[in-house]
Design a binder for this molecule. Structure first.
Ligand code: CP3
Length: 340
């Protein structure tokens, strides 16, 4: 099997850095758009054979070194008692604002309430036949809480922050429940066959270091600790984390994801030289750069990765839907040809 990705996560020697791309199955691929013509996004997430098919599309098309389950961070929120739709971002049928709302949230057995997630993983392990490892994922509690309190995406996150600052006990009770639900959800993914997990803390970068220390890191850390004995590499990714690296230093993952804003060597130093890093090409370079520019910028990231305890090449955030497929192909080829 191509285990370059798993080896790099563990800081073992690899011939070249592995590469995968956040949101690698998605709208930039014509074969994804063809399937989305037949069914909406939520139906796709709930149809294991189709979810597995789109998960494999970027492996076939680009030759990346890992697959990531096709799903969404909002999928496990439905059994907690919410109806979810996408327009194109997630919209919930109601928002959490009071302790009563938190009490109403259900903790279920995810194998029973979201069986399609686990079925997709089992199908994928069979269909991938060891070509590349499969990554499972979930949102970190603070990031999921933002959607549950705002009721949708947000620009300034005033409602979730408002809850934290005016009713901290309610905010903590919510984060606590999400943490328990997420531990079960991810343990189930590993049991079903996920070979690594990524915790997405997409919105934690909105917080000051002090608030991150109180409302985000402890809950993410608890999940990462709970997964430790499962023996699969754990990736913690927070966008906009430059002011948070001293807080993330003890996160308990094997890999820390970095966006494009910070130099990888500086991040490594501030993280205590303990983590393999994942990242960090600007997704806009991939969108708008010429193939030559993409190659040149990619090789700079590869070079920066040489000084790290481990390096997994990725974008600094998800691939943009308008990105030409040939750009993604040029990127993967450039990394494949780079010798570590
Ligand atoms: O990385 C992958 O390829 C795996 C699949 C995946 C999706 N979403 C598919 C998706 C993963 C890991 C996610 C995580 C996710 N979802 C995050 C964390 C990562 C990040 O981007 O910071 C967040 C914040 C969400 C919430 C979400 N889902 C938003 C804001 C949107 C709309 C934005 C957009 O791109 O339109 C979605 C929808 C979504 N999730 C799509 C896909 C492929 C687009 C669905 C479609 O229209 O076909």
């Amino acid at each position: 099997m191509n285990d370059r990705f798993l080896r790099a996560c563990r800081g073992e020697k690899v011939d070249r850095p592995p590469i995968w791309i956040m949101r690698q199955a998605g709208r930039y691929l014509p074969e994804y758009r063809a399937i989305r013509k037949e069914m909406d996004f939520v139906t796709l997430c709930k149809t294991p054979e189709k979810a597995a098919e789109v998960t494999i599309q970027p492996i076939d098309r680009l030759g990346v070194d890992a697959a990531i389950l096709f799903s969404d961070i909002l999928v496990p929120v439905e059994p907690m008692g919410f109806k979810i739709s996408f327009n194109p971002g997630p919209v919930l049928d109601h928002a959490v604002r009071t302790m009563q709302d938190v009490d109403n949230i259900r903790i279920t057995e995810p194998e029973e309430t979201v069986p399609y997630v686990y079925e997709a993983i089992r199908i994928l392990r069979r269909e991938l036949e060891g070509r590349v490892p499969l990554i499972g994922f979930a949102a970190a509690p603070f990031t999921l809480a933002t959607y549950m309190v705002e009721g949708q995406g947000s620009k300034n996150f005033s409602k979730v922050k408002g809850l934290m600052f005016s009713e901290p006990a309610t905010a903590h009770a919510l984060l606590e429940k999400i943490t328990v639900a997420t531990e079960k959800y991810l343990m189930g993914q590993i049991k079903a066959g996920a070979q690594a997990v990524q915790l997405f803390d997409s919105w934690a970068g909105l917080l000051s270091a002090e608030d991150f220390r109180e409302f985000a890191m402890p809950y993410a850390r608890r999940i990462l600790d709970t997964l430790q004995d499962a023996g699969v590499p754990r990736i913690y990714f927070a966008l906009n984390n430059a002011h948070l690296l001293e807080e993330i230093k003890d996160c308990g993952a094997e890999v820390v994801g970095m966006d494009w804003r910070m130099d990888l060597a500086e991040a490594n130093r501030r993280l205590g030289g303990r983590y393999a890093l994942q990242g960090n090409l600007d997704p806009t370079v991939l969108l708008s750069g010429s193939p030559d520019t993409i190659r040149e910028r990619a090789l700079k990231v590869v070079a920066a990765g040489r000084g790290l305890p481990g390096h997994i090449f990725n974008l600094g955030h998800g691939i943009l839907p308008e990105t030409p497929v040939e750009h993604a192909q040029a990127l993967v080829q450039a990394v494949q040809e780079a010798v570590r």
